[in-house]
Each structure stands twice: as C-alpha cells, then as structure tokens.
Design a protein around this ligand. Structure first.
Ligand SMILES: *Cc1c(COP(=O)(O)O)cnc(C)c1O
Length: 345
C-alpha cells in the first residue's frame, strides 16, 4: 500500500505525530476546520495575501475571517501585530509559509498559547523547510500540505494533513472516511464499521500515492535542483536591490526549500511593464495572489481595516520561472531579460 508508505515516510522524516494523505491541501484545510468544531461567528485569523482555500475552508464552517497583514520584509503574516486581532471569539490562527519560508512561529505560538488558540499551518508550499531546525508542519496542532502540480513534490492533485496534537488523530481518520470508523475496522479494533461522525471523502486513491511515492524517492534530488536554480537567481539579481527592487528575504530562523523565486517591483506599472517585456521574449513570469480582504466575495464581510502590505504584494510581486526541468541556458535567458529591462530604467 503506497498510501501507508507515504504516511510512514512523512511521519518519520518530519516527526509529525500522524499523517493522512488527502486529495488536496484544500481538503486537508477543510478537515482541519471540521476538527476544530467551529461554530458560526467563531473567528479565524488568516493572512489576506494567500490562496482562497486558506480562509474558504473555515468560511464553509460558518467562521468569520479576520484578515492579517503581511510583513514589510516578506509576504508572511505579521506576527508583531497579531495579538491585536485576537478577540474572545478567536479560535484559530492559520499562518501561511509563503514561498516555503517560515513564519515567525515562536511569536505566533506565544499568542496562540496565551489565548488558547489552535494553530493550523498552511504549509502548502513548505515541504522540507524548517524553522529553527524544526520542520514546517510540525509547529501547529495541525498542518496542511499540497502536492498540486505547481508544488515541489507532486501527485497532480494531492495533499496531506499532518496531525501533531494526538487529540485530533482518531477523529481525523473518521472525518476523512465519510464519517465512518473504517480505519479502526481495518486495523481490527472494531468488528464492523459504521457511521460515527460527520465527514466526507478526503482520501486519494492508492494510485495517487504511488505517484507521490516516486516523487518522494527523488525528494533530495528535486530539492537540490530547485535550490540551485533559486541561488542562481538570487546571485544574479542581487544588484537590483540597489534600484529598490525587492528580492526574497529569508529570516535567520528560516530555511529555503527552493519553492519560489520572486521579485517585488516598485509599482504596479513597473511590474506590468516587466511582465510584458519578458512576455515579448517568450518568458512567462506571473504575479500571484489578489488580497482576499478586497475580493468580490469577502470585501463586504471584511471589517474595513486597510492591509497595505498585502495590497503591496498584490500589485508588485512577480514570480520567475522555477521548475525542476528549467535548464541553465533557459535560466540565463530569464536573468538577461530582467537585467536588460532594468538597465533601461
Ligand atoms: C497550493 C496552495 C493551496 C492549495 O493547495 P491544493 O492542493 O491545490 O488544494 C493552499 N494554500 C496555499 C498557500 C497554496 O500555495
């Protein structure tokens, strides 16, 4: 069973208490929201600069989202101002390790522990990355990973829930298997299985797990190649900082898993010109999230606070091509195109 092999691999390599493969990170987040037993009106703190699945999982359970702003240094949730967002109705904090770079987890854990909140890490981009030596995904009670084709290791669509607080382990199995105790049945712990809770079908087929296993076998090779590409961008483009262009900042407490390399342009118009200029050379850089507190769905529900850093990354961040198969020659072409764009400004 490849599913079991994958579970054991992640539990052993990263020290998670228990792992369950899911059909996506979105599903893993939805399982986390179910495990929290959220009641309508309960509040969950989520960065505005993230993928929609991060807050949507909790909105599905009737929660109110309190959006947090990003750091000036990087798009991660600003932990310094986090505590001011906590109210008596707050239940959880969902830090997103953007680009696989750790959030300030000591500061986040301190706020969570003071107010008895659950931390659910959105570690979708954060496989094999670390905070002060601890694997990302091991620092929250729960953590969600993605194996979507855009991530470091992939299974087309896929994800996993890491459960670090043993209290959630049994119920997580039940929720994942349509609200039944089928997992206990297969371990011989009960003599028949039935409907014991709410749930859904969050488990992938073993064929997906077999695909993922093949990726796991190549994990170190993939990570090394991605980090090499990342370092090459970082070195070649470092001089752009002098012109006021932002490059990824990795705090001392964090590692780099080579998930993503991005630039932060000085303005929206500069970013648009850069993207168009590169597209003219058959290179396809892409911007990323649109602040969710200003989204068509949530803007009317948002409490009205402005979140300037989330908006800044919305307008100015651009991701450069970074994938295992990217050749050195192709990468040089990207670097030259960017340098020539900035030489003429
Ligand atoms: C990719 C991603 C998701 C969604 O992952 P899926 O596996 O596609 O559901 C959620 N959050 C973040 C931060 C992501 O990067």
């Amino acid at each position: 069973m490849f599913t079991k092999k994958c579970h054991q691999f992640f539990e052993q390599k990263f020290g998670f208490h228990k792992v369950l493969l899911t059909t996506s990170c979105t599903d893993a987040l939805e399982m986390a929201a179910l495990l929290l037993d959220l009641q309508p009106g309960d509040e969950v703190i989520v960065p505005s600069y993230t993928f929609v699945s991060t807050p949507n999982a909790f909105v599905l359970r009737g929660a109110t989202i309190v959006f947090a702003d990003s750091n000036a240094e990087n798009p991660n949730l600003n932990a310094t101002t986090l505590e001011s967002l906590v109210t008596p109705r707050t239940r959880a904090i969902v830090p997103v390790h953007y680009a696989g770079i750790a959030c300030d987890m000591d500061a986040i854990r301190a706020v969570a522990d003071r107010h008895n909140l659950t931390v659910v890490e959105d570690a979708a981009q954060a496989i094999d990355s670390y905070y002060k030596g601890s694997p990302l995904g091991s620092l929250g009670e729960l953590a969600a990973f993605s194996f979507h084709e855009t991530k470091n290791i992939i299974s087309g669509e896929g994800g996993m829930l890491a459960i670090n607080d043993a209290r959630f382990a049994q119920r997580a199995e039940i929720i994942r298997e349509k609200g039944t105790n089928r997992s206990s049945f297969f371990r011989g712990e009960v003599d028949k299985y039935g409907w014991v809770d709410v749930g859904s079908s969050f488990l992938p087929s073993d064929i997906i797990a077999a695909f993922l296993w093949a990726q796991i076998e190549q994990l170190d090779t993939i990570q090394e190649r991605r980090r090499t590409i990342w370092q090459c961008y970082a070195q070649a483009l470092a001089p752009l900082r002098e012109q006021g262009v932002g490059l990824p900042n990795i705090p001392d407490y964090a590692t780099n898993n080579g998930h993503m390399f991005y630039l932060v342009c000085r303005s929206l118009s500069e970013r648009t010109e850069l993207i168009n200029s590169l597209k003219g050379k058959n290179i396809n850089p892409v911007f990323h999230y649109l602040s969710l507190h200003r989204s068509p769905f949530y803007s009317e529900r948002h409490d009205g606070r402005s979140l300037p850093w989330a908006d800044h990354y919305t307008d100015c961040l651009v991701r450069l091509p970074l994938y295992y198969e990217l050749s050195e020659a192709e990468q040089q072409r990207v670097i030259e195109a960017i340098n020539s764009f900035y030489q003429h400004r």
